[in-house]
Design a protein. Structure first.
Length: 212
């Protein structure tokens, strides 16, 4: 059976869980706690599996290992094309990918666990760390909000795409850090819609076996 190495609060792993649920794929879930023992992702066994020491990692039934959430989701899209997470039109596909990459490459890396831990190691207190987090969320969400339309249930139409797989975990993280999202009504509307979708419910952090 295919295996997902995951952590319930990891937004990158959360993206992949949403894609798996949307495609109704079965898999084995192996939790990798990012805080226990200094971070289980740094232990030798996991480092041998994924030298990047990040989650998620995807291991196929025949032992092949993939890292990086967008690469994993694109692999799932190519091997299990229904239902599609990318539009058929090339221009629209590029727009969906650009939206997803804005989150995965520009917003999330500045606010992920290892960056926040580094800031603390450098002597930043909670207030400064929170201000850092909020700055990059607001800068990113302002651009995302402007790129969305008022029509359609999800980011690009009435069905979820790769863009939604990335947006919903980022909204979850922003709310966990108590970021005021009232300036982003389109993003909030999409998040409310997704909260009623069975796949997004199934993939949510509180539904994972490693959630406290």
């Amino acid at each position: 059976m295919d295996t997902l190495y995951t952590y319930f609060r990891s937004s990158a792993a959360y993206r992949v869980r949403i894609a798996l649920a949307l495609k109704n794929l079965t898999y084995r879930s192996v939790p990798v706690h990012l805080l226990n023992q200094g971070g289980e992702q740094r232990l030798p066994a996991y480092t041998a599996l994924n030298p990047q020491q990040l989650v998620p990692a995807w291991q196929t039934a025949d032992g092949a290992v993939l890292a990086q959430s967008l690469a994993i989701i694109e692999y799932l899209e190519e091997t299990h094309p229904e239902p599609p997470l990318l539009p058929a039109d090339p221009l629209q596909r590029a727009r969906v990918r650009a939206f997803a990459q804005h989150i995965a490459c520009d917003i999330h890396p500045l606010n992920n666990t290892r960056v926040l831990q580094y800031l603390v190691q450098q002597g930043w207190d909670d207030a400064h760390k929170q201000a850092w987090y909020a700055h990059w969320v607001h800068k990113g969400f302002t651009a995302l909000e402007a790129s969305l339309s008022d029509s359609g249930a999800y980011c690009f139409g009435d069905t979820p795409t790769l863009a939604d797989c990335c947006l919903i975990p980022q909204v979850y993280n922003a709310r966990r850090f108590q970021i005021d999202l009232s300036a982003y009504p389109r993003i909030c509307r999409i998040a409310e819609t997704a909260a009623r979708h069975p796949a997004f419910i199934q993939a949510a952090p509180e539904q994972q076996p490693d959630a406290p």
